[in-house]
Every structure is written in structure tokens, then in C-alpha cells.
Design a protein around this ligand. Structure first.
Ligand code: SAM
Length: 342
């Protein structure tokens, strides 16, 4: 066995230099993925957890330079779902076997605590056997507390990058890495199952910044880690920057599975967008979650974080079936259940 993989298996860690070396070449990929798959099988077998993604709003007060729904994108079509529409998505999703609903959106002040708490409560009342995951960006600690008390179980907030300078390259002055990290620590302390992560290949990212991302994740100890390739959007300041690479994304999934053996790691839509079999390859590199879209068909195209996003024209049932087939063909099985961390 390769010395890096051997050390990873024994210690769940590597030195900075070793991580840099592992990430800089495809030399170790085969062994890394085979070993990641073994670890994944130890805790999760061949099971794949599904999360029903409901994109509740494309309004956003932030102006992240990479994102298609950034505030300054005048070409973006804006929408927000009503509480009734969100409940309808859950109803549809429940019938399709989803037991986790992920409510994600831009940072839209319309979804204040009162409205969000009432939506979370309504979902938990109607579907007590389901988990509610929120992904609504940065909020105050009090707001996270209120949502938790209303019944929210999990929260996804990618840290995006753990390097100050890189963070500045990706975000305008009114956003800060320290605020993002503060949110993540609050979420953990409050008791949420917490997810973080980053885009792979975002403009300015280097192997050194990736090492910092990994160190930050090790310190945070998140339950979920979402990574996907950065993909350009035509109406952002980064429109001419190259997309992130699938190979590096897969390599990082393989590495993360070793560092966080029990973590919930999705094979993301961005991975499926950059390559037709991206999500299947993500599973084979160590991922164990997929997040099919439950949003109403007529808003799908409006939640356009990057160009050519997949599944914008498919009904939820089609998305679910298509992923089930894709997973089955790769030797995995989608299961009905909340899909909590082992
Ligand atoms: N507003 C919430 C937040 O900030 O966490 C949730 C929505 S935000 C659009 C969800 C994630 O989309 C971000 O954390 C970011 O990593 C990802 N994203 C945004 N633009 C992207 C792009 N161009 N390529 C790939 N991922 C992107």
C-alpha cells in the first residue's frame, strides 16, 4: 500500500506537505479511491442517502463574485416560494421516499425568523419522521437558535475558503471569513448537525489554500462536507475564469473520506454538471449522499448559480428515478430514511 494511503488509514491525517503532494498528482488516485470506498462501506455499506432540495428563494442580499444569484446580477430572474409551495414540495417528496428536506436559498430577508420558524414547524408537524436541513446563509446566533427550537435539525453553510486573502478575492468587503466561521461555530454549539465545505477550483484557490480548508474542517469537525467544482456563470465578474476540475474534486472527496470517515459527503449537482457521470464517480471516490431537486419546475432555471446546471427541466419524480438508476448501475442503493450520520 502506498505510504500516504497507509498513513491516512492509520492516523486519519497527513502533514501539510503530504497533503500537497497527494493533491498535486493523479498518481495516488486509484488507491485513494479504492481505500475511500472501503471506509465508506465500513460505515454506510453501499447505501446512498437522499436529500430533497427545495430552492426557496433566488433573492440574495449578498454579492459573491462567483454566484449567479448575486445581488448585482440584473439578468437573474428572482422568485421566492410561498409556504404553501414549500409544503407542496415536501408532500411530493415524501411520497417519493424523501425523509430529509433541505431548504436552501439566497440570503433573502423576506424569510425572517417568524416566517422561517413557522415553515419549519409546519414541516416537522406534518412529517415528524423527517429531518429539516436549512441552508440560508449567515444569520445571527439568536436566529439560528430560534430555528433550531422550531425544529430544524441540520444546517449547511460552506465556509468557501479558509484563507483570508482568498476569501477577499471571492467576496466583497461587506462579507468576512470571520463572520462565516462564527456562524459555523454557533451552529455547532447550538446543536445542529452542521455542514461546511467549499468550491473546488474557485478563482485564486491554490494547493496551499486547500490545505487551510482541510485544517479548518478538522478543527470544526462538521457532520457534513459539501464540495463541488466551481463553475462559471456568464453574468458574474468571474465569467472568464476557468471552471474547477472534476479530477481535483474527486481526489478531495477521496481524501476527505479518509480524514472524516463517518462524514456525510454529497456527490453534488455541480459534479454532475461538469461531467455526465460526475455524481456516480463521486460515489466511487467516497461520497454517500445525493440531493435531487424537489423545487417546482417553473422556478428551477431561476436558481442558476452557474451556467448549464443540470436537472432544471425534470420533475422531482424523474430526478429521483434517474438518480436511483444511476446509483444502481454503479452498485449503490438509494435508501428511504433520514440518513443521519453513523
Ligand atoms: N445563501 C446560502 C449560503 O450562502 O450558504 C445558500 C445558497 S449558496 C448559492 C450555496 C452554495 O452554492 C455556496 O455555498 C457556493 O459554494 C455554491 N455556489 C455558488 N456559486 C457557485 C458557482 N459558480 N459554482 C459552484 N458552486 C457555486
Amino acid at each position: 500500500m502506498n505510504v500516504f494511503i497507509d498513513k491516512l488509514r492509520k492516523e486519519q491525517n497527513l502533514t501539510d506537505e503530504q497533503i500537497e503532494q497527494l493533491l498535486s498528482t493523479d498518481e495516488y488516485d486509484r488507491e485513494l479511491f479504492a481505500s475511500a470506498l472501503e471506509i465508506r462501506e465500513k460505515y454506510y455499506g453501499r447505501q446512498v442517502f437522499i436529500r430533497g432540495l427545495i430552492e426557496i428563494s433566488s433573492f440574495c442580499r449578498n454579492d459573491c463574485y462567483y454566484c449567479g444569484i448575486r445581488r448585482s446580477n440584473a439578468n437573474a430572474s428572482r422568485y421566492r416560494l410561498t409556504a404553501e409551495q414549500i409544503m407542496e414540495c415536501c408532500r411530493n417528496g415524501y411520497g417519493l421516499g424523501f425523509r430529509t428536506f433541505v431548504l436552501q436559498g439566497g440570503e433573502d430577508p423576506w424569510f425572517n425568523d417568524e416566517r422561517m420558524c413557522s415553515i419549519v414547524k409546519a414541516i416537522k408537524d406534518e412529517y415528524p419522521d423527517c429531518a429539516v436541513t436549512l441552508s440560508l446563509g449567515e444569520r445571527t446566533r439568536e436566529s439560528y437558535e430560534r430555528l433550531f427550537l422550531a425544529g430544524a435539525d441540520r444546517y449547511l453553510l460552506r465556509h468557501e475558503t479558509a484563507d483570508e486573502e482568498h476569501y477577499r478575492r471571492l467576496h466583497p468587503e461587506d462579507m468576512s471569513l470571520s463572520s462565516r466561521q462564527r456562524c459555523l461555530r454557533d451552529l455547532k454549539e447550538i446543536g445542529y448537525a452542521t455542514g461546511s465545505g467549499f468550491m473546488v477550483g474557485s478563482p485564486g484557490q491554490t494547493i496551499e489554500t486547500l490545505v487551510k480548508d482541510i485544517r479548518f474542517l478538522q478543527e470544526l469537525e462538521p457532520d457534513m462536507i459539501g464540495i463541488g467544482p466551481y463553475l462559471r456563470h456568464k453574468d458574474t465578474p468571474f465569467r472568464d475564469c476557468a471552471n474547477g476540475s472534476m479530477e481535483m474534486t474527486l481526489r478531495l472527496i477521496g481524501l476527505l473520506r479518509h480524514l472524516f470517515p463517518k462524514a456525510l459527503i454529497p456527490s453534488t449537482t455541480a459534479l454532475g454538471t461538469i461531467h455526465p457521470q460526475g455524481r456516480e464517480m463521486g460515489m466511487l471516490a467516497g461520497a454517500n449522499v445525493v440531493m435531487p431537486n424537489l423545487s417546482p419546475l417553473d422556478v428551477r432555471e431561476k436558481y442558476e448559480l452557474y451556467d448549464d446546471k443540470i436537472c432544471t427541466g425534470d420533475e422531482a419524480a424523474e430526478c429521483r428515478k434517474c438518480l436511483e438508476n444511476r446509483m444502481a448501475m454503479t452498485g449503490f442503493e438509494i435508501v428511504v430514511g433520514r440518513g443521519d450520520r453513523a
